[in-house]
Design a protein around this ligand. Structure first.
Ligand code: GDP
Ligand code: IMO
Ligand code: MG
Length: 430
């Protein structure tokens, strides 16, 4: 048995949480492999909306085991809040959530450092989620992190104090000591309570589960264009959001990777700073933002919107080895007369058909226009029911990316998902 992967192909918020929840009944185990509380994964069912930050999105399905892998950074305060909320609505956290002993702890001082570094950057700030992600991963690489497994050791407080002292020295050099009242107290209380949940050697559990033919889905956070190595550096997050992150973030070998579901919106969004070639600053962008309710699930910040960018998408598909595409928020484009797709970049009048290292404001995007479908998709249950204009839009994406679209998401609810079964063939012209 191999482990399947579902990850974002754009700048995050592609609808990963919703689709993982939809796919969970097909799997025994859902495992997060990177990121932390910078993620906000939304799922909706029975007219209730849930936002998860650290817990995998399979948690509301009774029979699924959910793993927070070694590649994840955990803020105990945020994780505990999530646990309490999920338990209130019936999720069986004590039995169904497993936490890697090798997962890294985000300390209260990491949050302060995140703020301090952003402030110091001034106009060049990244626009982070301010959850301490960058500083926590920095300490991991610098070999001075506290791990979940450390909370059971006698010298935990001692190790904590050594790291804290070091952080306070750094904060002084930034002239930034705006300590969050009570956060440290809440942090230790949360650590105490987390001791009561299942903390395990998750890489052993996962590899044994593969041998036992269990079906596993790895759930990504953020998106490929925010990857630390291949994203729009430095305006990225601090982890490998891409398929290779599954190997290091869960402890599975590359040959154990099966299907790679790449998820993207039918348009693009981005929150925080950094290049966004197809961004629309006009009424059309505003319309997408309104109709797609494009406001951050974690920070509430408005997300910039723009047309689908095939140059970036093809790059992401290449890096991730995507085998199936999932297109979300298709309904948001239901009443656009013209729909555009970015097919190439132009710099100094020269066409670039690949994603360049230097992506400055002088990049011009070449677009292809499509006629909008101008109708609701509520009654579409399969590929044949789709309006012809949408079929053409899909056909173009498939022919350009050479990957089939397997699912369409046409609303936030679990039920608003269309599986496009077409016997393995790319869409034919009608
Ligand atoms: P994630 O971070 O990739 O899990 O995505 P987010 O949850 O941050 O953002 C996606 C937003 O779009 C959430 O508010 C979802 O409830 C919503 N959503 C997901 N799929 C669809 C869809 O197909 N149509 C619409 N209209 N909303 C969707
Ligand atoms: P999900 O999993 C969208 C962005 C931030 C910022 C940059 C670095 O919900 O798709 P960080 O706090 O990670 O140091 O911020 O990355 N960012 C996200 N944008 N969705 C996310 O997660 C994000 N997580 C981080 O806005 O630009
Ligand atoms: Mg999100």
């Amino acid at each position: 048995m191999k482990i399947d992967v579902l990850l974002g192909l754009q700048w995050g918020d592609e609808g990963k949480g919703k689709i993982v929840d939809v796919l969970t009944p097909k799997y025994d185990i859902i495992a997060r492999f990177q990121g932390g509380p910078n993620a906000g994964h939304t799922l909706e069912f029975n007219e209730i909306k849930h936002v998860l930050h650290t817990i995998p999105s399979g948690i509301f399905r009774e029979n699924s085991i959910n793993i927070i892998g070694n590649g994840v950074v955990i803020d105990p305060v945020i994780l505990l809040e999530e646990i309490i909320k999920a338990e209130k609505i019936g999720a069986k956290i004590k039995s169904n959530l497993l936490i890697s002993k090798k997962a890294t702890l985000i300390m209260p001082t990491h949050r302060l450092l995140d703020h301090a570094y952003e402030k110091a950057k001034g106009n060049d700030k990244i626009g982070t989620t301010n959850k301490g992600i960058g500083p926590a991963y920095t300490d991991k690489i610098a070999r001075m992190s506290l791990k979940i497994g450390d909370i059971f050791k006698n010298n935990f407080k001692e190790k904590y104090n050594i790291a804290k002292e070091y952080h306070l020295k750094l904060l002084k050099t930034f002239d930034y000591l705006e300590i969050e009242e009570n956060y440290e107290k809440k942090w230790f209380e949360a650590i105490k309570l987390l001791e009561g949940y299942q903390c395990i050697d998750s890489e052993i559990f996962i590899n044994n589960s593969i041998l036992e033919n269990k079906k596993i889905l790895a759930e990504g956070a953020q998106g490929t264009m925010l990857d630390i190595d291949f994203g729009t550096y430095p305006f990225v997050t601090s982890s490998n959001t891409i398929t290779c992150g599954v190997c290091s973030g869960l402890g599975v070998a590359p040959q154990k990777i099966g299907e790679v579901f790449g998820i993207c919106k039918a348009y693009c969004t981005r929150v925080g700073s950094g290049p966004f070639p197809t961004k629309l600053t006009n009424e059309t962008g505003k319309k997408m933002q309104d109709q797609g309710h494009e406001f951050g699930s974690t920070t509430g910040r408005p997300r910039d919107c723009g047309w689908l960018d095939l140059v970036a998408l093809k790059y992401a598909i290449m890096i991730d080895g995507v085998t199936q595409l999932i297109l979300t928020k298709v309904d948001v484009l239901n009443n656009f007369d013209i729909i555009k797709v970015g097919i190439a970049y132009k710099v100094n009048n020269e066409i670039l058909d690949h994603f360049p290292y230097e992506l400055n404001d002088d990049v011009e995007v070449v677009y292809k226009e499509f006629k909008g479908w101008n109708c609701e998709l509520e009654n579409c249950k399969s590929f044949v029911d789709l309006p012809i204009e949408l079929k053409k839009y899909l056909q173009f994406i498939e022919s350009e990316t050479k990957v089939m679209v397997k699912y369409l998401s046409v609303g936030a609810d679990r039920k608003q998902t269309i599986e496009l079964n077409r016997n393995g063939k790319l869409t034919d012209e009608e």
